[in-house]
Ligand binder design. Structure first.
Ligand SMILES: Cc1cc2nc3c(=O)[nH]c(=O)nc-3n(C[C@H](O)[C@H](O)[C@H](O)COP(=O)(O)OP(=O)(O)OC[C@H]3O[C@@H](n4cnc5c(N)ncnc54)[C@H](O)[C@@H]3O)c2cc1C
Length: 396
């Protein structure tokens, strides 16, 4: 009999997993999504960058699945006429002190097999981005931009073409394991599956709790705010301009990214949010749960200086402008307009460490994606293969 697999979450990871299990494994898949559209959260609120794999420690899941994911995604976009543009990325050092970090980044990129990586001096970087300044840069010519929500919609179509279903407005409310499978209450219906794969992003902990697997890491939401450049200033940026990241954090720092629709985004910063879907500063719905996790308090204690800086950046356009002008000094306050941001689902340990790598737990019939922050959109098709390999088909 055909294996029945339920997937919670119609973000790019859940949909990629559903497609993989339906097409390669021949499973009967049902995706349960609480919102009225796919890609409603992280997948629809990000920078749209297909990361090349520069940053991640060699040997990590992020390093491996990002490189594999890029190849799969590029091919997928070509096959389905989805946008994919190799605009290239510059990681720019603005001070001499950043040079050793830049050098280490170039070495890491090569160790990860990122193609075409070049180290440029102050003149060389201006050949790529004529309006950028810095003492040096790493250039990754194949870093690309795409439209992740469009990819998610195409994945949903693939699922349906394989006989699977994507059920929108089906919030998962209860989960019960029986001797023969997993029962799920979603919306007003009851579903019976052989396996359940949870790809719930910001909702991970709530769904994990329904399965009785709270786990020892928790999702802490980090809001990422963006500005966009007004029309004439867009021409100051050809592709992607990033700072040298602070090695203590998994966030990449405020960057300038050309979007597939021609807009240029400035951001995101990283501010602790007080609601899982806390897109606005005043959202504090989940304060108790977020601050109740000892890891949040320990993390805040450890990183309070950076935290205050990010909060200041969140309140003051001036701080955002200053970050962008470090790399593109011609920008002025009039060029920046506030635009929609996103909220990252970042796992944090009990002792307050940000979990750096992707994390997937397999326990009996339940698979829980515990940590799938950036570059999980880039890596989604490879994450799907990875998960399919972790759970052998059930024979009934
Ligand atoms: C500001 C920002 C910038 C980023 N930039 C990039 C980038 O440039 N490149 C890149 O590769 N990655 C980037 N990322 C990361 C990337 O967006 C995410 O890693 C990726 O989208 C994760 O996909 P997902 O499917 O796991 O999560 P999501 O897209 O958040 O999907 C999870 C889904 O689960 C649903 N859900 C939750 N609870 C329930 C429930 N109880 N019942 C039913 N459904 C439920 C939610 O509604 C949601 O639709 C960025 C993220 C952010 C926030």
């Amino acid at each position: 009999m055909t294996e029945k697999i339920g997937i919670v979450g119609a973000g790019i990871v859940g949909l990629a997993v559903a497609r993989e299990l339906a097409t390669v494994r021949g499973a009967e898949v049902t995706v349960l999504e609480k919102e009225s559209r796919v890609a409603a959260h992280q997948t629809g609120h990000n920078s749209g960058v297909v990361h090349a794999g520069i940053y991640y420690p060699p040997g990590s899941l992020k390093a491996r699945l990002c490189r594999e994911g890029v190849a799969l995604l590029k091919d997928y976009c070509a096959r389905h006429a989805l946008p994919y543009e190799e605009v290239g990325k510059l990681v720019v050092a603005s001070t001499r002190a950043e040079r050793p970090l830049l050098k280490a980044l170039a070495e890491r990129a090569r160790a990860n097999g990122v193609p075409g990586v070049a180290e440029l001096d102050a003149l060389g970087l201006r050949e790529i981005e004529p309006h950028a300044v810095g003492v040096g840069a790493v250039h990754s010519p194949h870093t690309a931009i795409t439209d992740f929500p469009a990819i998610a919609r195409r994945l949903a179509l693939d699922v349906e073409e394989q006989g699977g279903s994507v059920r929108l407005e089906h919030p998962v409310r209860a989960i019960r394991e029986t001797a023969s499978g997993v029962e799920v209450i979603a919306g007003r219906r009851r579903f019976a599956f052989d396996r359940l794969v949870v790809c719930a992003g910001l909702g991970t902990d709530a769904v994990a709790a329904m399965t009785g697997r709270r786990g020892d890491i928790r999702i802490v939401p980090f809001r990422g705010e963006y500005y966009e450049l007004a029309e004439p200033a867009r021409d100051l940026v050809r592709g992607l301009i990033y700072p040298v990241p602070d090695p203590r954090y998994p966030f990449l720092g405020v960057h300038l990214t050309r979007h597939i629709d021609g807009e240029v985004l400035v951001g995101p910063n990283a501010v602790l949010a007080l609601a899982y879907e806390g897109y606005r500063r005043r959202d504090v719905r989940d304060l108790r749960r977020i601050v109740g996790w000892p890891g949040t308090v320990r993390m805040a204690g450890r990183h309070w200086r950076t935290g205050l800086k990010e909060i200041y950046g969140s309140l003051a356009k001036r701080a955002f402008l200053k970050a962008a002008r470090r790399y593109v000094p011609e920008l002025t306050a009039e060029d920046l307009r506030r635009t929609e941001g996103g909220v990252r689902a970042q796992a944090v340990t009990r002792d307050g460490r940000l979990v750096d790598d992707f994390a997937v737990d397999v326990d009996g019939r339940v698979v829980l994606v515990r940590n799938a922050p950036s570059p999980a959109a880039t890596s989604s098709l490879a994450i799907a293969r990875h998960i399919a390999a972790l759970v052998p088909a059930l024979v009934r």
